[in-house]
Design a binder for this molecule. Sequence first.
Ligand code: SAM
Length: 437
Amino acid sequence: MEGFSSYYAAVSKVIEMYNTNPSKADEIMSEQFSLYFHKKPFHGVCQFIFLTLLRNKFLIECSIGKIAKKKPRKKVESLIEAAFAEIIISEDEKIPKVIHGWVEFAKTYLSKPEANFVNAVLRKAKFALNETIKTGSLSQIYSFPQWLIDRWTDQFGGETTLQILKLSNKPSEVFFRKAEGFSDSTFSKYSQFFTPSKFDNFYILKSGNWNKVKELLSEPDFYIQDPSTTFAIDVLNPKPGKTYLDLCASPGGKSRYIADKIRSWAKKENSLDILKNDKETLLVSVDVEKRLRLLKQNISKIDFLPARVLACDLLNENLSQKLSEQNLPTKFDAVFIDAPCSNTGVLRRRPDARYRITPDDIKNCSKKQLFLLREYCKYVKDGGMLVYSTCSIDNEENQQVAQDFLEENHTFEPIFSKTFLPEDENDGCGVFVFVKK
Ligand SMILES: C[S@@+](CC[C@H](N)C(=O)[O-])C[C@H]1O[C@@H](n2cnc3c(N)ncnc32)[C@H](O)[C@@H]1O
């Protein structure tokens, strides 16, 4: 992939790779953009065009279909799609220049007849896009599979579904969470690069400032995190003197938030200096072996309370045995299960996921989620809490799983139950809290 002299070549190639193997958008992004392009001046623009294409794939395909009777070969199709994506993000008066750039590139990249074809299609691009937006179905306009739109319409109604479609196509903001330990004087040096959000201690990175703030990532009290990831923990409000088991914990966003909440309480109670060696307080974070490196890195930043990390495949291994081998308790005051899910609440962060997920995936996720609840509710002490959360907004993975669990488990009572839909400043998620009688 090295050696491209223009973003046209780079982005055409990336889109061609995606079109050839659509299940690999994440890998294409991280491999091609991070490894090869990171020093190239067109890295940002390539990424922007690729993400725009992913958010508008059906709109673009349908609009191209209005102009071209026959589908061209992948190389030509990918170049045209890239150009359409750039047209979508360009102001009207700049579009002729954008088209000119792509046509000139096509002359060097494709055969002469193909370049002529590109020219003919792009000249009608804006008209075709407008036509699709005017007369197309929601699936074509917002580039979401029809089955998912139908499913959301059944679950949330038409108006809310439209809102979810619009929000899921909004480029996602980067949120930083500033914990209490981060000094105000240090933050004041960076505050110009952020806008405060409506959530306490969450800041939105102003676009184009990534390089100016990236050193904050090594700070123990500054963390990239969407506000929705803290909703479940806010319901529980963790405190010193209690034990917490965080399951499915990697990369560790929730573990760090649990620890920060405990630290805030300890500060209020003037017990911060004894927290580190407190025998009553404990946080154990668990995930599969292959996700442990990142989790360990994050947990190592929690140096103010006893925190441990454990590798366990929660679907196939014996957690109780692993805890005992490490002299850790097998009953906790609270157990968090941040279950793997379909990610339907975070689609704006993963614009290609909508094309991959199927109704069967949602069903399979819900089976695993119920298994996790059934199995790991056993680690909650009497009177303790069980917190179940997902990044999904789907009823089958949220309310339905909680309901099925409660029908089987009469020792648990629900005290909080909500699906948060995506909003301007937060992703969607499910949060369910149960207390053990
Ligand atoms: C939604 S993510 C967790 C995010 C994390 N709680 C945080 O706040 O940073 C779901 C996690 O489930 C983990 N997971 C999936 N299958 C698992 C299994 N069989 N055993 C343990 N963890 C699993 C994944 O590795 C992933 O880290």
